[in-house]
Design a protein around this ligand. Structure first.
Ligand code: NDP
Length: 302
């Protein structure tokens, strides 16, 4: 169908539904606050305060903001946080020595390396320096492997955040068709396996996918994690779908926007996440939850 005809039929379809359907905008901030309250109770039951160590290399301004958020949240929970701010010129061996020291330190529960890294450091190799039982980002090969084969205790934060947001509106995902746009180690790939483990029929799309729009329109659950601002609009969304927008793009006026044109979603999607206020705060909450879980494991509480 040509675009004009399709638009017409979609607007008819939407018009009919719009009168009945009000999109649920999932409040990630509120959900994150509820998780925080629960974590404070769990921390109070520990023998020792959990410690999170954040490694931040270079001076990327976006990383500075993310690190500050994580530090603030962890301190708000009463955890100990140490930020290791390292120069852009740090060598692989120097970084390895630091991470190894933290791996061996019994007072450290979680170690995370803020991405992106300077070009001379291979991010896959650096992520794998972290001991799997302190890998609160859930991004080591060991923990990603456990996610694929089952039994993962520390699951990648953003994919885990997406699952919580989706399950808050669709508790039973069995049999649903899911499309994940993006296949990164950080988001897309782990999320594929989390959705599969809930018996969704999952398709992973990426920059070489053909007929992306057509594919997205088959999805009961559509997750977009590309970093391409506003690439998904009404023509790409099945009426009644759940749409999770992971993307974050900072615009010239300083505001941030997602990969989905959110103004087009209202009345078409059954539920959707806003940017900001959706996946972002839940990702930080999942990092906190993983740190508490790691501390519980280190103290023999499971
Ligand atoms: P990456 O750049 O590592 O991966 C992007 C993925 O999107 C790739 O798989 C790429 O395909 C795919 N892609 C890019 N362009 C297109 C396109 N036009 N059509 C289809 N697929 C496309 O990014 P991340 O996964 O790390 O992050 C994605 C976004 O999510 C970013 O905006 C990031 O800032 C945000 N983010 C937000 C978080 C949060 O807390 N809200 C946390 C983490 C990330 P290919 O593999 O073929 O190149």
């Amino acid at each position: 169908m040509n675009t004009n005809k399709r638009r017409k039929s979609l607007s008819l379809q939407e018009g009919l539904l719009k009168s009945k359907m009000k999109t649920i905008w999932i409040d990630g901030k509120k959900m994150a606050e509820e998780i925080t309250r629960d974590l404070i109770k769990r921390i109070n039951q520990l023998r020792r305060i959990p410690e999170l160590d954040v490694i931040w290399i270079g001076d990327n301004p976006a990383s500075a903001i993310y690190v500050q958020h994580k530090q603030k949240k962890a301190e708000q929970l009463g955890m100990r946080v140490r930020v290791h701010h390292l120069p852009e010129t740090i060598t692989f061996d120097e970084l390895h020595a630091l991470i190894e020291k933290l791996n061996q330190d019994d007072n450290v529960d979680g170690v995370m390396v803020q991405m992106p890294l300077p070009r001379h450091l291979n991010s896959d190799e650096v992520l794998d320096m972290v001991s799997p039982d302190k890998d609160v980002d859930g991004l080591t090969t060991v923990n990603l492997g456990r996610l694929v084969w089952g039994g993962a205790k520390l699951v990648a934060c953003t994919p885990q955040a997406c699952m919580r947001l989706i399950e808050s509106v669709v508790p039973n995902l069995s049999g649903k068709t899911a499309v994940v746009v993006g296949r990164s180690r950080l988001v897309g790939k782990p999320l594929f396996h989390l959705l599969l483990s809930k018996n969704c029929t999952v398709t992973q799309a990426h920059s070489k996918t053909e007929n992306l729009s057509q594919l997205c329109r088959t999805a009961d659950i559509l997750v977009v994690a590309t970093g391409q601002a506003g690439m998904i609009g009404v023509d790409d969304i099945k009426v009644g779908a759940v749409v999770i927008d992971v993307g974050i793009t900072r615009q010239s006026d300083g505001s941030i926007c997602g990969d989905v044109r959110s103004d087009e979603v209202e009345g078409v999607a059954y539920a959707a996440t806003p940017v900001p206020g959706g996946v972002g705060p839940m990702t930080v909450a999942m990092l906190m939850e993983n740190t508490v879980r790691a501390a519980e494991m280190h103290q023999g509480i499971e």
